[in-house]
Ligand binder design. Structure first.
Ligand code: CA
Length: 617
């Protein structure tokens, strides 16, 4: 029987090469030798019915089949294989025998990354500065991919905020030197996976194929090239991961492997977007279920991560992405709506495989305790998350925003920022949180502070000196504006100079106003100073109780002391070192790291300014 099968397969292969490639799709599309994750569950998908009648065979040294499981939908099978440490790279041929006919599908087993590519999975930490950009909106480096025939969204109009604008990964590659000069160390792009949805594909959060990089931004080849170009420059790559949902045109939604691959409801049920039911001691189970199992939107079906086949599919994709593209850090979208035990497994699988890998999750919640619940914390709760850091909405909404926008009061204004940071005791390590002034979902900082450039400068000085991993949103450095309401498209406008014929060009400085150039220089100076400051990137933080709108904090280590003075009041303020003796003892003066001007131990800071002073003895 065995011999007959094998001859049949060979005969079939000789007769028809067509079935070799077309017979079935395999996810993951390949794997590597020498991985810790060496038991891979391949999701086999065929464009026909009846895996139930299959016989599957692999004849490859070091690769054996552990189990085959036909899934409810006869077009799918879960094929569990184990790859021995002795297995060599090569094309594993998976042979399928169906109704007396043999078919073979290649599943490449590759060598792990070599040469330049070995610098990856480095992790992103507080010594980095992240630049968040949207590939469709940053720069169009290749006009030939603006539209891709056969894809559902054929829009292309830069005057419409929700149409595609043509930006791509080549555009990012073209301007990496600009980013490096600005002081950026890490690029985080909104998701780069295929979004073959009919409309609103500019944001990338509706995957339609986990194993395809969006062709309109350059596809897998360009993504690999970007990763290499970043690493050549000593920079890092963060991938934006979405586990919670997919696009409604995802292959596993259009043709679902199992009934419970997605969370099904008798009628459409959206998530309540409420985080509280997940930790509230008084919560109802139905509320918690709705938070996690409700759909993000009608176009974004909710993935059932408690289904073990789904879990494997997602975890393996995460590992596959890091290995394939040389990713350094991981940002996890809509973290709180995921199945949290699944997320723990997934996070652990990544750090088991890549011990230096870091990740932070989007936690758009209210209150430090709520946010800390979703990350590694010091709170005594039944569920303990292993997520390293959060996108720190608390330091934003209850921190720098009120500091810049509210009058000073007992709990208002900069006192709120001080208070919020004082709650850092809840985290295992608050320094792993990603901090920001705005992003693709929020009103841009300049618009948020009513166009007041000095306030933006204060915000940036804080962002680049407080604890955490700072993230700058593209265009903030040249005063891009945009209100979230009524349309978040307004905060996702094109970066000036990214398109041929742009009259204003932030890359060359052409057409920038004096104020825009000044801000670009301000960011460059502070960011590059930060890069080389041990106190800011690795040191400790000490903050003093704000008084009458004046907030003073220090970043310090054995080598360096940085005094950060934020005057949020509308009056000039006198500052004396002696008041902060614990940190200023022995120091005589401070040099403003932006202006280069030195101040003595007693100085006056003008109203609505922030100064970053490196102290000298
Ligand atoms: Ca393009």
């Amino acid at each position: 029987m065995k011999r007959k099968f094998s001859l049949l397969v060979i005969a079939t292969l000789a007769m028809t090469c067509y079935s070799f490639a077309q017979y079935a799709k395999l996810y993951p599309t390949n794997w590597w030798v020498g991985m810790k994750w060496n038991k891979v569950q391949i999701l086999v998908y065929g464009e026909y019915d009846g895996f139930n009648k299959e016989t599957v065979r692999i004849n490859y040294p070091g690769v054996k089949i552990l189990k085959t499981t036909p899934l409810e939908n006869g077009k799918y099978m879960a094929l569990d294989v184990e790859i021995a440490a002795t297995a060599k790279p090569g094309d594993v041929i998976i042979e399928f025998l169906q109704n007396g006919k043999g078919h073979a599908v290649k599943w490449p087993l590759e060598k792990r990354r070599t040469g330049l590519g070995t610098t990856y999975a480095q992790g992103v930490n507080s010594s980095d500065l992240i630049y968040l950009l949207m590939p469709d909106r940053f720069s169009n480096g290749d006009e030939t991919n603006d539209r891709v025939a056969g894809m559902r969204d054929q829009t292309l109009n830069r005057n419409k905020i929700y149409d595609r604008h043509g930006g791509d990964l080549q555009g990012v590659i073209n301007h990496l030197d600009y980013l490096k000069k600005l002081g950026i160390t890490t690029v985080w792009m909104t998701p780069v996976l295929e979004n073959d949805q009919p409309y609103r594909t500019e944001h990338g959060y509706a995957f339609t194929d986990h194993y395809a990089i969006e062709r309109r931004i350059g596809g897998a080849e360009k993504y690999l090239q970007l990763s290499d170009e970043l690493h050549k420059r000593g920079m890092k790559l963060i991938q934006d991961a979405v586990y919670n949902h997919v696009g409604s045109k995802h292959i596993t939604f259009l043709d679902q492997p199992m009934k419970d691959w997605y969370h099904q409801w008798p009628q459409y049920t959206g998530t309540s977007y409420k985080d509280q039911p997940l930790f509230d001691p008084y919560a109802s189970k139905s509320d918690a279920k709705r938070t996690v199992d409700g759909w993000f939107t009608r176009e974004m079906p909710d993935v059932n991560q408690s289904n073990p086949y789904v879990a494997n599919y997602l975890i393996q994709h995460a590992i596959w992405s890091v290995e394939k593209f040389g990713v350094d850090g991981w940002r996890i979208d809509t973290y709180i709506y995921n199945d949290l035990p699944f997320m723990n497994r997934c996070n652990k699988a990544l750090t088991d495989e890549y011990p230096k890998m870091t990740m932070f999750g989007e936690t758009w919640v209210h209150g430090t305790a709520a946010q800390a619940y979703f990350v590694e914390n010091k709170i005594d709760v039944p569920f303990k998350s292993n997520l390293q850091g959060a996108t720190d909405f608390q330091a934003l909404m209850y921190g720098i925003q009120p500091a810049l926008k509210q009058d000073f009061g007992w709990t208002e204004g900069v006192n709120k920022l001080y208070t919020t940071l004082s709650n850092d005791f809840l985290y295992k390590d608050a320094n792993r949180n990603c901090i920001f002034l705005d992003n693709h979902d929020l009103t841009r900082i300049l618009s948020d502070v009513g166009g007041d450039i000095e306030k933006v400068k204060t915000g940036i000085a804080w962002l680049l000196t407080t604890r955490g991993i700072p993230q700058l949103y593209y265009g903030t450095e040249v005063l891009m504006k945009g209100e979230k309401n009524p349309d978040d498209g307004n905060v996702r406008l094109d970066f000036p100079g990214g398109w041929k014929g742009d009259t204003k060009n932030a890359f060359t400085g052409e057409g920038l106003t004096a104020e825009e150039k000044d801000m670009q220089q301000y960011v460059t100076t502070l960011a590059n100073y930060r890069k080389n400051s041990s106190a800011i990137t690795k040191g400790k933080l000490m903050q003093y109780v704000p008084e009458d709108g004046l907030y003073v904090y220090f970043r310090y280590d054995a080598k360096q002391t940085i005094m950060c003075v934020m005057n949020t009041s509308d009056k000039n303020k006198e500052v004396e070192f002696s008041k902060f003796a614990e940190r200023t003892d022995g120091f005589k003066s401070g040099k403003n790291v932006v202006s280069g001007v030195t101040v003595e131990h007693k100085f006056t800071i003008p109203a609505k300014r922030m100064w970053v002073l490196e102290l000298s003895k």
